[in-house]
Write a protein that binds this ligand. Sequence first.
Ligand code: NAD
Ligand code: DAU
Length: 354
Amino acid sequence: MAKTLLVTGGAGFIGSCFVLQARARGERVINLDKLTYAGNPDNLASLVNDPDHILVQGDIGNAELVGLLLSQYKPDAVVNFAAESHVDRSIIDPEAFVRTNVLGTSTLLRVVKNWWQNLDEPARSSFRFLHVSTDEVFGALKPGDPAFCETTPYSPNSPYSASKAASDHLVRAFHETYKLPILITNCSNNYGPRQFPEKLIPLMILNALDGNALPVYGTGSNIRDWLHVEDHCSAIALVLEKGLVGESYNIGGHSERTNLEVVKTICAILQDEVPSPTRYADQITFVEDRPGHDFRYAIDCSKIERELGWKPAHSFDTGLADTVRWYLANEEWIENVRSGAYLDWIDSNYGHRG
Ligand code: NAD
Ligand code: DAU
């Protein structure tokens, strides 16, 4: 029988990709999403008449609602994407991150654990709680340091990564204490269609097309390890199916790039797709750095490759060009997300940077 999944945060960038893949596999999805500024039902427009995708607007910290969804739909697994996810916002308003990422995850875990403890076999043994986390919990690498592996000690540097680290610890603790069958994934930077244009890649694409400055923090020499969102979601599905209970799995794309390289590549792709008489690269502007800016992330994903047989399908070069073309082809999606609240954010994050 097809599985039923309770997916949280499934209207966001990565969650919506996972929901679309899950529906393509025939799984029924109950999608609990608060629909914050980052949650966007347009991401799921293709499922609007799908009776096996049920979108419920609500908070993972609402114990009563989570309890109702569990008893009504009896999911085989909970996949927790819901989070405040943007580092720069966490620097301006850390408490929003504690509320959702720490307290919200804690409430979700408690309610799921109470419900799971009363399940009969075999549902009790086969149930899984998969928590989607980030490589940022491991802190920052120097050039030449070995990539993060599953046993790298946690050393988070931003309010965002500290809140994600706290949530990972809670998830692990629910396994050790109550034997809740959990799995944790820690992934590197994602890119692809439907990413909210506060993050580096979509922000640069849209600013370039608008003729605005391309604001590179510091010298642009910070390094991120990029993975296509569809590859991240295929890895999560594999961990859910075959991962060992209580384990964590690192997911990454073997695609380390400096920020300046990424921005210059976007400019070159745009120059081919939408030739401009002035060069897009001339819009690059070095601005005040992010406080506490982690220098480098890199993921050693040999465990998931070796033990579960996962491999990414997209290379960064073709995936990035496809992503640029997606933004060029989806003007309506872009117009809908760039509302008044978006413009306020651009002003508060970049207004003072000069
Ligand atoms: P996103 O900001 O695009 O989406 C987050 C979603 O969670 C939104 O739909 C939002 O409405 C929802 N949400 C927020 N608070 C909620 C709450 N209290 N209750 C219910 N729903 C709530 O984020 P994303 O980039 O899609 O990231 C998803 C998850 O993956 C996060 O947990 C993030 O930490 C993790 N992650 C992201 C990346 C990345 O590069 N974006 C990499 C590794 C891990
Ligand atoms: O590593 C995984 C993480 O990747 C996820 O956990 C986070 O949810 C996700 O937001 C992302 O965090 P980053 O801080 O790495 O992503 P962001 O797109 O905000 O920034 C990428 C790099 O680009 C980073 O070094 C900061 C830089 N940057 C970012 C913005 C928005 C700029 O130089 N200019 C900008 O305007």
